[in-house]
Design a binder for this molecule. Structure first.
Ligand SMILES: O=C(CO)COP(=O)(O)O
Ligand SMILES: O=C[C@H](O)COP(=O)(O)O
Ligand SMILES: [Zn+2]
Ligand SMILES: [Zn+2]
Length: 333
């Protein structure tokens, strides 16, 4: 049993309580490699923002779960070396799909896990989430559950199929499972194609696609049922069009890539949403920077010469999210 507290990591409990009352949200950034991790830690340290490092199943398969875990645990020391005296860093399993995966993470130093039973029939979701909570809470590890199905990659049916969270279910779910936070579905989705052009309107001046608004009425109804309970938004990349443009101008092809406007995320962060998941935007920042360097300097073959600029671009992006969108800067002084 690896005790995350001995590694200097923290769970989400206190930071969520503060974020809910403070009208801001904690960034949850996925990482799969060293450059992403360095950029996240540097951005969080320099803005003094609490931060959640997320590891997905795909990340564990890509980079090796053990290696990622040691990297994240080492990141606490890295943060301190940057002058962040008391880092508030959470190591979180993103979209855990079985009890065994969650247990493996809890046993090995994760301070938080998500059990995503949202695709199961309701009673099975309750039973699985409760099983993970009962195990996790013995070790003071916090647990995120999910109700409702996001559109796109998550629903496995079609790109516009989704099921918004049913506010009538949330009290029962949270009470019976004991989960510490709840991911809900209000119109966000994973990846860089969150809406089809047919679902959008077009801005007459800029010609850019304008996505439909999130279902804030559902979020409000959830908040009414669960006052001050930490709510999580997955699929919250905004797909910055400047990155899409750089990628497309340098040999890439991302037609009609579109995300959640930052205005909407700001509004959600001011409400009871206290964890906002961002992965795709970091991928776009990295890809844009790498494509640009390789296109401009065809003779370059030192990975540090393109991964370095990629890391700088990601750091810039993370800081922007922390300061200008989520409002979590200075909350971990
Ligand atoms: O929800 C996410 C990770 O769980 C990431 O969402 P994005 O694909 O919008 O970045
Ligand atoms: O939930 C989705 C995250 O963006 C992780 O994506 P991934 O499974 O490709 O690592
Ligand atoms: Zn899910
Ligand atoms: Zn997600």
């Amino acid at each position: 049993m690896v005790d995350y507290k001995k590694l200097g990591l923290v769970n989400t409990k206190e930071m969520f309580a503060k974020a809910v009352h403070g009208g801001y949200a904690i960034p949850a950034f996925n990482f799969n490699n060293m450059e992403q991790l360095q950029a996240i830690i540097k951005a969080a340290a320099e803005t003094k923002s609490p931060v959640i490092l997320q590891v997905s199943k795909g990340a564990r398969n890509y980079a090796n779960g053990t290696l990622l875990r040691y990297m994240a645990q080492g990141a606490v020391e890295y943060a301190k070396s940057l002058g962040w005296e008391h880092p508030q860093i959470v190591l979180h399993l993103d979209h855990g799909d079985t009890f065994e995966t969650c247990k493996d993470c809890i046993d090995n130093g994760f301070s938080s896990v998500m059990i995503d039973g949202s695709h199961l029939p309701y009673e099975e979701n309750v039973a699985l989430t409760k099983k993970v909570v009962d195990y996790a809470h013995q070790f003071d590890v916090t647990v995120e559950g999910e109700l409702g199905v996001l559109a796109g990659v998550e629903d496995e049916v079609s790109s516009d199929h989704h099921t918004y969270t049913d506010p009538a279910e949330v009290i029962d779910f949270v009470t019976r499972t004991g989960c510490d936070s709840l991911a809900i579905s209000i119109g966000t989705s994973h990846g860089a194609y969150k809406f089809t052009p047919a679902q959008c309107t077009r801005d007459e001046k800029t010609g850019l696609l304008v996505p439909p608004p999130l279902a804030f009425d559902v979020l409000e109804a959830v908040e009414e049922k669960l006052p001050d309970f930490p709510i999580v938004l997955h699929g919250s990349s905004s797909v910055p069009q400047e990155y899409v443009k750089i990628i497309d101008e340098n040999g890439g092809k991302l037609p009609d890539a579109i995300g959640i406007p930052e205005e909407q995320l700001r509004k959600a962060a001011a409400m009871d949403v206290c964890k906002i998941n961002i992965d795709s935007d970091s991928r776009l920042a990295m890809t844009a920077a790498v494509r640009k360097v390789l296109a401009e300097k065809p003779a370059e073959f030192d990975p540090r010469k393109y991964l370095g600029p990629a890391r700088d671009e990601m750091e810039k992006l993370y800081k922007h999210k922390i300061i200008n969108v989520l409002g979590s800067d200075g909350k971990a002084e």
